[in-house]
Write a protein that binds this ligand. Structure first.
Ligand code: NAP
Length: 306
């Protein structure tokens, strides 16, 4: 691509799309490069209940579409590509994608996170055949069936609530005896009537034939091993930052999150990082969009030299 952009945004989730909205409103030429679909993982979330302005909650997909539509209004440009490398060329940056090259004055990295895996036997084998990381995508296939949800955070409990409305029984398997999820989600899950909590338990093997038939679980307090008969296993044990692209270029913490200052600046002038890939205390949609706005503001001042 021959054009020179003021801001190249890698990743089209809430943080990247907000950076695009703000960047365009500053009169900058903005390109968003996204490897999958615009909107980010919010598009795969059933219901978002804590984004201000939606007191009744809003479907994740609907919110993602609103973010997308909002960025179209101000003329951000889009391309579908996967970026392989970021190189400095004088004052400019050159991004090498699988399909093309992109040149920009600044780069905002908004690549988000990817689901963590359990690494137990059967997990890889049954992905798409009963093992899932996305209730909104796959829940439909488990209507009336018994399923397990692994994890005790907001994602696990939020998605267990969604699945409980579709499935017969939902077993939440958590390694401790109290949830990490916020209390409001726990209360909602308990009200569903078909959500059971298996405490101090970890899955050790996913059993099946052509698809998932059961889950071997170990109680870490007693050592007892039991087999739970389920047709689906939904894994929500946290996320890892997608920052492989930045290794060796940008300062990352010991878990791979990008270290920035409060202006979203990384150690390389002109490269900013936003959203869930940043080292920060709270990863939420509302903090991602805030990062995006601040980064566009910082990019504007960097470009203008003021
Ligand atoms: P998370 O908060 O990191 O929770 C991960 C859960 O998985 C924890 O309960 C953890 O147990 C458990 N876990 C981790 N590794 C495990 C393993 N190897 N085996 C078994 N269990 C394991 O991740 P998340 O729920 O995906 O949430 C990610 C971020 O998104 C959080 O900041 C969250 O607040 C945010 N989020 C917010 C909302 C919302 O506001 N509605 C919705 C979804 C996500 P321990 O508790 O023992 O550590």
């Amino acid at each position: 691509m021959e054009k020179l952009f003021d801001i190249l945004i890698i990743g089209g989730g809430p943080a990247g799309l907000t950076a695009a909205i703000y960047g365009c409103r500053f009169g900058l030429r903005v390109l968003i490069i996204e490897k999958l679909n615009l909107g980010g993982t919010v598009m795969l979330t059933d219901k978002v209940e804590n984004y201000p302005g939606f007191p009744e909650g809003i479907k994740g997909k609907d919110l993602g579409v609103l973010f997308k539509t909002h960025s179209y209004v101000y003329g951000a440009e889009y391309v579908s590509d996967t970026i392989r490398s970021i190189k400095e060329e004088g004052d400019l940056f050159l991004l090498e994608g699988e399909s093309d090259y992109y040149k920009g004055r600044t780069v905002i990295v908004a690549t988000g996170t990817k689901p963590r895996t359990l690494g137990i036997p059967g997990e890889d084998k049954y992905i798409g055949k009963g093992v899932s990381f996305c209730a909104a995508c796959d829940g439909y296939f488990f209507q009336g069936k018994d399923i397990a949800v692994i994890g005790g955070g907001d994602s696990a409990i939020g998605e267990a609530i969604y699945l409980a409305a579709l499935c017969h029984n939902v077993y939440v398997i958590h390694r401790r005896d109290e949830l990490k999820a916020v209390r409001v989600l726990e209360d909602e899950a308990r009200k569903m009537g078909n959500v059971a909590f298996l405490w101090n338990s970890v899955p050790i093997k996913i059993i099946g034939d052509r698809g998932v038939e059961g889950l071997e679980i170990k109680n870490i307090k007693t050592g007892e091993i039991t087999i739970l008969s389920v047709k689906g296993v939904f894994i929500y044990i946290g996320e890892d930052p997608q920052t492989e692209l930045l290794k060796g270029l940008i300062n990352l913490d010991e878990h791979g999150y990008v270290i920035t200052d409060e202006s979203m600046k990384t150690n390389i002038p002109g490269i900013l990082a936003v959203g869930d890939i940043r080292k920060k205390p709270l990863r939420q949609i509302v903090t991602a969009v805030s990062d995006g706005a601040v980064a566009a503001y910082t990019a504007y001042h960097y470009i203008k030299g003021v």
